[in-house]
Design a protein around this ligand. Structure first.
Ligand SMILES: Cc1cc2nc3c(=O)[nH]c(=O)nc-3n(C[C@H](O)[C@H](O)[C@H](O)COP(=O)(O)OP(=O)(O)OC[C@H]3O[C@@H](n4cnc5c(N)ncnc54)[C@H](O)[C@@H]3O)c2cc1C
Length: 410
């Protein structure tokens, strides 16, 4: 059995950031990072954007750290191709699918999540995919130039970004969404309609308020059927219907799980020497006071680093207000808080693709801020949301800086 001071399970951005965190405090402790992927940690956001849009783009553009960094600079034992199958909190060990066992003083769970699919006929046909890894992106990059119609299931992050990126290949994207508007978990209705129009002008078709009922074909998908009776040909389909946190190992080990591994403000699970971070962790939200699990690049980076520091002996509470971003066509979105639950929406000037700031309120409190092509305002808006002002106070402050805010409905 191999023994380390720190063991990190999972090899995404949160895991890589945790290494930074540990090393910022403990220069000498031994660290092992076990990941089931064959690649060292890489960034996922470009997969549905630049990497997909650029035939021939190479993997080195995605890596979180330069080649050799883990081994040479951070002195981490980087163990790729290792799937962890169990955790023993009493012994502080993990076991892999190939019966290797590792022991450590501190263990970090950073296994992220895996894509969901829909349990419908034809979901296992060739040409029906999910989208999370570099291999997934490369596969779509290869088949897209030969395809005419792609069906994207879900108008969330993945569906919307793929629809925008695939216009590059002259493939017709049809987005099927059960809700009656796009990005309904991220945006208030008025912004959903704005985005939908923007996509439609660029050739994307939406089938909203209906469900995908069946994917049909001999071996490979050829046709899809929707609940509203629509049938359409389909060269390939991609599910973008959310992820399931990889929490089973933690649950079986007796740690508290609730759609994610539950951690406190320091990233500790219900077992004091085991931590969790990134897409996997459910943590106390510094603004809203409840617990939340987020799937943001900025959170994986910041929380991962803080938890790494705490494993190495710091005791720092997570107060960071993370944001999520998305780039679709030439719209750069930065989203803070929970704009989707707004009952009152104010826009600086007009809602345009050039530069827009949108304040969202719920029960007269500021609950979220959306920036379109206005990332320069991110830090001041983050700070504003962190002060938990009323919507009126937030409007007053922003008007002083940016000019008049219009109330919008929809
Ligand atoms: C295509 C795509 C585009 C995105 N775009 C954006 C964006 O524009 N903006 C934004 O804010 N966020 C975006 N995100 C979300 C962001 O990338 C994630 O929040 C972030 O990657 C989470 O990092 P993580 O390290 O927690 O998890 P992951 O990146 O999922 O890493 C977890 C790792 O653990 C490994 N693993 C899982 N189980 C085991 C096991 N049992 N044993 C060993 N290893 C295991 C996995 O294989 C994986 O390598 C995007 C995500 C995807 C997939």
């Amino acid at each position: 059995m191999e023994q380390f001071d720190y063991l990190i399970v999972g090899g995404g951005l949160a895991a890589a950031s945790a290494v930074d965190g540990v090393r910022s405090i403990d220069a000498d402790g031994t660290i092992a990072l076990l990941t089931e992927e064959e690649e060292p940690p890489y960034h996922r956001p470009p997969l549905s954007k630049e990497y997909l849009q650029t035939p021939g783009a190479t993997r080195d553009l995605l890596y979180v750290k330069p080649e050799g960094w883990f081994e040479d600079e951070a002195r981490v034992e980087l163990l790729t191709g290792r799937r962890v199958v169990s955790l023993d909190p009493r012994e502080m060990t993990v076991a892999t699918g190939t019966d290797e066992t590792y022991r450590a003083e501190r263990i970090l769970l950073a296994m992220g999540g895996r894509p969901r699919t829909l349990l419908i006929p034809g979901n296992d046909l060739d040409g029906v995919y999910t989208f999370r890894t570099v291999e997934d992106a490369e596969r779509i990059r290869e088949i897209a130039p030969k395809a005419e119609t792609v069906v994207l299931v879900g108008a969330g992050f993945i569906g919307m970004e793929l629809a925008a990126s695939l216009t590059q290949y002259d493939v017709r994207s049809v987005v099927v969404e059960a809700e009656d508007r796009v990005w309904s978990r991220m945006l208030p209705p008025v912004l959903s309609y704005f985005v939908q129009g923007y996509f439609e002008e660029r050739g994307v078709r939406f089938e909203l308020g209906t469900r995908l009922e069946e994917l049909a074909g001999e071996e490979r998908v050829e046709l899809v059927r929707l609940a509203n009776g629509t049938e359409m040909p389909c060269d390939f389909a991609v599910f973008g219907v959310g992820i399931r946190p990889n929490e089973e190992i933690a649950g079986e080990a007796g740690l508290a799980v609730m759609d994610g591994v539950v951690v406190d403000r320091f990233g500790e699970t219900s077992h004091g020497h085991i931590y969790a971070t990134g897409d996997l962790a459910r943590f106390p939200d510094p603004v809203f006071g409840d617990t939340v699990r987020t799937e943001h690049w900025d959170h994986a980076r910041t929380h991962g680093k803080l938890v790494g520091r705490n494993m190495a002996g710091a005791r720092e509470a997570y107060e960071h207000i993370s944001y999520l971003y998305s780039d679709v066509f030439d719209l750069g979105f930065s989203v803070l808080g929970r704009p989707a639950q707004a009952d009152d929406v104010r826009v600086v000037g007009e809602l345009t693709a050039d530069r827009s700031l949108i304040l969202c309120g719920e029960h007269e409190r500021l609950c979220g801020i959306v920036l379109i092509n206005a990332a320069d305002a991110l830090e001041s808006c983050r700070e504003l949301l962190g002060r938990k002002p009323t919507l009126a106070e937030a409007v007053g402050e922003l008007e002083e800086r940016e000019g008049e805010l219009e109330k919008v409905v929809g």
